[in-house]
Design a protein around this ligand. Structure first.
Ligand SMILES: N[C@@H](CCC(=O)N[C@@H](CS)C(=O)NCC(=O)O)C(=O)O
Length: 346
């Protein structure tokens, strides 16, 4: 202390500078080679490890990093071969050790999750208890199709409900029921969300990822099962004469007019593809066809709701809807007749 204080000011500054420079040189010579060697040791050598390299590249930066194969292709001139190779490995390794941590905990984790979901999708047995005309069953089948999940479909007879239906949904005794590895999930909108959560890494997302967008999708789905459902019941099952039917058709038109606003600017409610709200509304389209035949015009009127009418055409043509959304109007009307005959005979 005493000796330091005795030194002139500029000598003390010089000492400090030397110390800092020494520490800097020590750090660069000791730490960088160590990290470099670790990275070389971790560099991919076989096909399995190659995946890690790809993941590291995906994670790290916008600039694409050359792969080993790229490097080999570029090494034409024999004199530059070794130089290029060293440069290549150096760039690769320094890039690799910086991104190795991220790669393990982001892409790798997501991929593991996806692999788990795929394994489950193959291994689990999925069964839907349903009724072919039910809007609630149809939406579940649409979402299973969307996710690309295989399932067994079991048509239930609602005039003589199966023991499996009664024991799987003892509260409401309604279809759909989704049985996932034997465990029942009830209520169609809950089933859709369950599928989206369990198979989050499989196929497209059913609900939007953004919480605000997700809340909006749930809002519209609830709106549909409030306003559209009550109009659907009114148009087909609860009306006692054509006057009451017309009143229910008008209510449906009002609700559809409101939905036209929610669709503005996108081909589907879910954006570029079918999503939660599309599946919820799309489940009713079979019955809308039947109503159309009864009232002599399309229920989703292209003159009043052109966006929704175009959506209907797009939705019916989508692969996920094929074979699930009924398009045989005669068959729907025959089903309606039997249902009403049974209903009124009780
Ligand atoms: N809120 C239920 C409605 C289900 C529903 O009403 N299903 C009808 C078929 S369209 C049913 O099972 N009805 C039998 C009954 O009510 O006894 C859902 O979304 O799953």
């Amino acid at each position: 202390m005493h000796a330091m204080r005795a030194m002139p000011k500029h000598t003390r500054r010089a000492c400090l500078f030397v110390k800092v420079a020494y520490l800097l040189v020590f750090y660069l010579t000791q730490t960088y080679p160590l990290l470099f060697l670790l990275a070389v040791a971790a560099a991919p050598r076989d096909e399995g490890e190659q995946r890690l390299q790809t993941k590291a590249i995906i994670c790290s930066s916008a600039e694409p990093q050359p792969t080993r194969q790229d490097g080999q292709v570029q090494m034409h001139k024999s004199g530059e071969r070794e130089k290029n190779k060293t440069k290549q490995v150096t760039r690769h390794c320094s890039h690799l050790y910086l991104s190795i941590y991220k790669a393990h905990w982001t892409v790798d984790e997501r991929e593991r999750e996806r692999e788990r979901a795929l394994a489950m999708a193959g291994a689990d047995d999925l069964k839907v208890l349903g009724l072919w005309t039910s809007p609630f069953v149809i939406r579940v089948r649409i979402v299973l199709n969307l996710k690309g999940l295989a399932y067994e479909y079991v048509e239930d007879d609602l005039s003589n409900k199966s023991a499996l239906l009664l024991s799987s949904n003892p509260v409401h005794k309604t279809v759909p029921v989704l049985l996932h590895a034997g465990r029942p999930v009830n209520e169609s909108q809950i089933i859709l969300q369950y599928i989206d959560e369990v198979w989050a890494g499989t196929g497209p997302a059913v609900l939007p990822r953004d919480p605000y967008e997700r809340a909006a999708a749930r809002f519209w789905a609830a709106y549909i099962d409030d306003k559209v459902k009550s109009a659907w019941l009114g148009m087909l099952f609860e009306c006692r004469d054509e006057g009451e039917r017309a009143e229910a058709v008008a209510r449906a038109g009002e609700a559809l007019g409101t939905l036209e606003g929610a669709l503005r600017g996108k081909p589907f409610f879910g954006g570029d593809g079918v999503g939660f709200v599309d599946a919820v509304l799309g489940g009713y389209l079979g019955w809308f066809g039947a109503v159309g035949r009864i009232i002599g015009r399309r229920l989703i009127d292209p003159a009043k709701t052109p966006l929704l009418a175009a959506w209907e055409d797009r939705f019916r043509a989508a692969d996920v809807a094929k074979g699930v959304v009924p398009d045989d109007v005669d068959k729907m009307l025959a089903f309606l007749e039997t249902l009403l005959a049974n209903y009124y005979s009780k």
